[in-house]
Design a protein around this ligand. Sequence first.
Ligand SMILES: Cc1ncc(COP(=O)(O)O)c(C=O)c1O
Length: 431
Amino acid sequence: MTSNAEAFDRARAVIPGGVSSPVRAYGSVGGTPVFVARAEGALVWDVAGREYVDLVGSWGPAILGHAHPEVVGAVQAAAARGLSFGAPTVAEAELAELVRARVPLAVKVRFVSTGTEACMTAVRLARGATGRDLVVKFAGCYHGHSDALLAAAGSGVLTAGLPGSAGVPSAATAQTLVVPYNDPDAIREVFAARGDQIAAVITEPAAANMGVIPPEPGFNALLRELTTAHGALLIYDEVLTGFRVSDAGWWGLEGRTITPDLFTFGKVVGGGMPLAALGGRPELLDLLAPLGPVYQAGTLSGNPLATAAGIATLQLADADVYARVDAASHALATAVTAALDAAGVPHRLQRAGSLFSVFWGVTGPVSDYASAQGQNAGAYRAFFHAMLDAGIALPPSAYEAWFLSATHDDAAIERIAAALPGAARAAAASL
Ligand SMILES: Cc1ncc(COP(=O)(O)O)c(C=O)c1O
């Protein structure tokens, strides 16, 4: 048995920051990350054997709870048949059919390994289809770490996006226009000025990577209207929301009224394994190699273990699962609000379906990246650590949604609720 601190030291000696993805390092909350040894249902255990109720949920995939026996069984059975073939399998068509059954606009589906790849490929496809170079993204939306989409969040309207990372050439983001989320005038202005050069608008149809910020009524419809009018494509990035906030993701929850040209999916569609997808109209998807001129490929794309996990997860994620996640989300959000109110912590809890997050020290609506950044992240730091000390593992950043699963039953919610008053007092003391 080792401790988290020992595990962190060991990892830091050989892995930059000790982690394989930055937010896991607890940079914004401080302290030593929980090194997970195993997980089951709503619970995780660290390397020292300590148990936590988990609200990270692998950052979205674990909608059925961790290590669902049928998903694990499907992966084990697939593993016994071979880990990777580099050849097509029937299971890939089966998973594509399951995706299409839920989101019929995804008539054809291409599988990749990460959400980053799905969004990168969707942008390339949009550029290939339209023969145009410009891509519009919204400040604070995250579409993975490909160069073109790492444009500085917060850049002004009509300014070329600046790289959001060292190592991204300015040429790679010069073709990315960054616009404030939920700002109809700004997006209208962009299209009025450069509409004939825009290949696509990529959006999180409900934003959840700058805290949870649902679209204002009519905003997504406006994106469809403007893109259609100017011959640009609309990409719904549902890597996070897809098959999580409803059986058909945000697109389903908002009423199936908007018709994006392309969707990207990740997280739930891979059931906790490295699998993501893009889907859309057949004439667009058929522009991908081998049928068309837009190149995309992957040694491990459509991997049989990942595909098996995705199939089992989508088959199991029925109406009852979504109802349970919704109920858990509602109960927890109510308890959080009550605890923060009782401790006198000014806050704003925002929801997008079953996703929610808390903005600390603000009370007015948070509608875009600029208003999200007005929060007091220090209050979250105190709250986070008090919860962790009480055995509740929250996402280690104030800008992330809290992820629930169908296994967050009354007992799990009660355990979280019991920890809330003390953590709320810790947050209040830090303000
Ligand atoms: C909306 C959205 N798009 C894309 C990505 C990138 O996915 P991945 O981390 O699998 O590359 C994420 C990851 O959090 C996401 O939330």
